[in-house]
Unconditional design. Sequence first.
Lengths: 467, 206
Amino acid sequence: MSAPRTLFDKLWDSHVIALREDGEALLWVDRHFVHEGSHHAFRQLDAKGLTVAEPALTFGIADHYVPTRGRPHIADPEVAGMVERLSANAARHRFRLFGLDDPAQGIVHVVGPEQGLTLPGFLIVCGDSHTSTHGAFGAYAFGIGASEVAHVLMTQTIWQRKPKRMRITVNGRWGPHVSAKDLALHVIATIGTNGAQGHALEYAGPAITALSMEGRLTLCNMSIEAGARCAMVGPDETTFAWARGRPFAPAGAAFDDAIAAWRRLATDPDSAFDRDITLDGADVAPTVTWGVSPEDALPITAKTPFAQSDDPARASYIAGALQYMGLDGGMALSAVRVDRVFIGSCTNARLEDLRAAAAVLRGRKAVVPGLISPGSSLVKRAAEAEGLDRIFTEAGLSWAESGCSMCVGMNGDLVASGERCASTTNRNFRGRQGLGARTHLMSPAMVAAAAVTGRLTDVRSLPALGS
Amino acid sequence: MERFTTLSATACPLGLSNVDTDQLIPARFMKRSRAEGYGGFLLHDLRFEPDGAARTSFVLDDPRYAASRILVARRTFGTGSSREAAVYALWDYGVRCVIAPSFGDIFASNAVKNGLLPALVSDADCERLLAELARSPQPGLTVDLEALTIIGAGLSLPFSLDPVRRLQLLNGWDDLDLTRRHSAEIAGFRAARPSWTWPTPPSARV
């Protein structure tokens, strides 16, 4: 009898083409997503005079730099040039493009699952660190650099060394208004931005299997912020129900074959993990960040830390973070005023996220300006069909088109210097949302609560509105 | 790819922890073509005021550390975004080696693919290097990748690097050359992929 294997072991084993004596393995890539920021890689391809090896497994998406207003016009000539270059590369190399004018355009990590391009059992890469998102389906998905993108374009393969295996089991259930985002921030605060480095991370336990696909995508998305290059959830009925009938998913008998294969992916009982952590879902509260790293996360009921530590480097880090964020040590987080809000990004802009924000904003007014950029153009239309857009605009927030937008600020959707933004995004790094911008990460419901009070707010404390 | 064997150069005690790739090169510069050179964007918002004036207090711009080809930083250097432009910014500035107690995974991989050495040292050795480089009137180090040692500023310290990456850097190997040797295996593997793993174009659906 063979040794029990984890989900990750099975994903790894089924993609190894060749194994070198030094431990490096050549792996097959099932899906490769490229975006307009992948221009460095295409230039490497051109320099070698090569073409894309597997156009049928390559998909282009315009998301990182695209405008969210006034489309299809692109005001910035540099951005227009990048989007045109992606279109030209797609035409020349004959791969499917979800361009700016495509009804299914959106953020790559939202479009992949939506189109059935992301499925269990796959190895998926993209020149974007948040590619870990796709692991929510029980796939081996990770972000790569431009040189690796070029290598995948040329060969449909990638060299990797097998990471260690780590499992986080979440038992119990959290209370109302707590979401996968709060769990993700809680995990990062618990294990640190280095906590899962060098490991393939599997989430398991009743609190995880109870999550929707949207919640699992949020959780796997944020795992890169804990140092994990990839994260995953074992595929189950929730996964299969999502995949069924998606445009690019197998259909008919092929779908039945696929499900049979997917059912065999689950981690075998008694599998060994190099690291195994158990958390209690009941310990997860609505969580916000106070500093300049996602590990600087605390429950909304907490106070900012003081710049004190036995470790001088740590004390100096806290002092620098507080100074950049314009905060003092010992401040109640719920007293921190915000200047604007943003709901969007590959982390938290799916339909479920927009519904959670709308549930808080329904019948209320925002006291600060804010932008909402749906995760994809299809999410946008679905939200409009439910009337969510009217809830947002009646609250005074701007409803925009889909793209990476204010998460990374490449398209000009920026937070002004010194301004403080409550944001559903994934990184509160210095200058991430704009030069001098101050970012507080939180869930969509928490961002909505901050919009109506103008400060970081425990969404559980908002009075229920009369129906 | 350039080979990396031994490097003797000025070393800058950057000293920062959590230097994410957004700080190494802010996103707004990545629309530019590499041909223009990315060196001027390295750590841009730490080195320059919003009006473009240089922050003279920033350690990298201290005349003692001019022409630094080695940086020493604290933990988790290069986390965050997968942007290889972070390595381009370091390379175009002239940096060939970063010494730190830990690196972001994707950054370390990108670095090696461009010939830049991410040298791992212990936290204690990192602190010793930072202290000595800050004190030394001529802050230089020799990084020997064959021997895995850092010598200079009165210190001799070990560093580590994944053995595969070490060989790649020492030999200047390109991944593509290695992959090409497996062309037949790739073709065989491709042919054996189950049919459900190939995308079904919507137009082909029954």
